[in-house]
Unconditional design. Structure first.
Length: 182
């Protein structure tokens, strides 16, 4: 199944001030999440984001927060954002019937894994963005992605996602996003 901007939504998990700096490759993950957010904005793909206990882990990092739509962030205490009623409500309201969830964020083996697994179980065709998820240890990131694949989720890269959302070259959207593709 290819991804479609018309049927997709982007889920950004816990890209927070005390989590991002300790990821095994924080700058790369942050840049790839930002790339996805910029593409989602250009292609009208809805976005919902979570923050795990922001009082302790801080807010979403500015490099990501600057590209989030207003009202997209939901606070949570559960590791799976899907177990937070406010997140589910925001997801359903923003999704408006869209059934492809593209998931990025931190940490792959904890909150990303649990959120993605429960999105998949709830009937969303769920895709993890391998270069836009991170963990403190690379082996945890890899194990998280492997487990999610075993649970039926798709694994893609940020460029795969964006090119599938775009569908074709020569469009206004393609021209706007082309400078971001390096």
């Amino acid at each position: 199944m290819l991804l479609s901007a018309r049927d997709g939504l982007l889920v950004v998990v816990d890209m927070q001030a005390r989590l991002v700096p300790v990821l095994s490759d924080p700058d790369h993950v942050q840049a790839r999440v930002q790339f996805l957010l910029r593409a989602a904005g250009q292609l009208q793909v809805p976005v919902v984001a979570s923050e795990q206990y922001p009082k302790g882990l801080g807010p979403t990092v500015p490099e990501v927060a600057d590209y989030l739509p207003e009202g997209a962030v939901v606070e949570k205490m559960t590791f799976s954002a899907m177990r937070e009623p406010a997140f589910r409500e925001a997801l359903e309201a923003r999704a408006a019937g869209r059934r492809q969830a593209v998931v990025c964020g931190a940490e792959t083996h904890v909150c990303v894994l649990q959120t993605a697994a429960e999105l998949q179980a709830a009937g969303y065709a769920t895709t993890l963005v391998a270069d836009a998820v991170g963990s403190r240890r690379e082996n945890d990131r890899i194990a998280g992605l492997d487990r999610l694949r075993d649970l039926g989720c798709q694994i893609a890269t940020s460029e795969m996602v964006v090119f599938e959302w775009l569908e074709r070259a020569g469009t206004d959207a393609f021209r706007r996003l082309a400078p971001l593709i390096k």
